[in-house]
Design a protein around this ligand. Structure first.
Ligand code: ZN
Length: 286
């Protein structure tokens, strides 16, 4: 948070501040998906799996490469915290930070979700978002952020001077991943990573730059849909914050289940190939 300065402004402060920003990662050279070839398949999708994620809990599911997956708000306004892994290699996982650097603070149709180093490749492509009408609101807020991390009991412990709460998204994801993989809780916890905050409405305050949340605009029937570029293991928590209008890390908020649907496409998108892992040679100058 930026506080009142201790330092006097230099004489050319206004000129320095007036310098126009440049985009850190110009994505003109980034291979982009041909969204229309993906969307052309949406009319012939076959539902092959439906999963319900209970409130204040998480669940895992598999999405084979070439399948579509919908994350659905089913009963009431509710936020979901999503982790994605390579189904056959837990060490390759969704990389929120680089996805943010490449796409922006919030993701939507046509954006791709990237995996961590040394794999760095698109692992999922967002193909539909029923909240795309929201854009950015007057506070600078939007939905589906890659700027928050996930609610977790460690931060809660610090902020509350020692309280213990066991149903933060971090713990929910840990329990679900341990159950799926047979790993111990502590082993599974090491694989839980910064999430895509599905349906959550967030931004940074203009005056202090602090991370804020507000009531999600999501309503029953809304969904976020993605295409699996590789075999994926999904893990999502129905956040204890509910619609995240007031607080999380407690049982205070009204919470609802979320639904996951996996769809088989009749054929792959025209010209589609599963993305290879990153081409950097990893010699790091040696
Ligand atoms: Zn949460």
């Amino acid at each position: 948070m930026k506080r009142s300065p201790f330092t006097l402004e230099p004489p050319d402060a206004a000129a320095r501040k007036a310098v126009k920003p440049v985009i850190c990662y110009p994505t003109d050279t980034l291979p982009r998906p041909d969204l229309e070839t993906y969307r052309a398949l949406r009319d012939s999708l076959e539902l092959v799996e439906t999963l319900v994620i209970p409130p204040r809990d998480a669940a895992t599911w598999e999405v084979p490469a070439g399948h579509f997956c919908r994350l659905v708000c089913s009963e009431g306004s509710q936020v979901g915290d999503l982790n994605l892994f390579h189904l056959h290699n837990l060490s390759e996982r969704f990389y929120s930070g680089k996805t943010r650097a490449l796409n922006g603070t919030h993701v939507g149709s046509g954006d791709q979700l990237f995996s961590n180093f040394p794999y760095l490749r698109p692992i999922a492509t967002i193909t539909h978002d029923t909240l795309d009408w929201y854009g950015f609101d007057e506070f600078g807020g939007s939905v589906h952020d890659v700027i928050g991390t996930r609610c977790d009991p460690y931060t809660h412990n610090l902020l509350s001077h020692g309280a213990q709460y066991h149903y933060c998204c971090h713990s929910n994801l840990t329990r679900a991943l341990a159950k799926k993989t047979g790993l111990s809780l502590h082993e599974a916890e090491q694989h839980v990573h910064d999430v895509l905050n599905v349906f959550m409405c967030t931004g940074f305050t203009r005056d202090t730059g602090q991370y804020f949340m507000k009531a999600s605009p999501v309503r029953p029937g809304d969904y976020l849909e993605f295409f699996a570029e590789i075999d994926l293991l999904g893990c999502m928590s129905a956040c204890p914050g509910g619609d995240c209008s007031s607080e999380h890390s407690s049982d205070a908020a009204t919470c609802h289940p979320l639904v996951v649907e996996v769809y088989k496409a009749a054929k792959p998108p025209h010209g589609w190939k599963a993305p290879p892992t990153n081409g950097f040679d990893r010699t790091h100058g040696v």
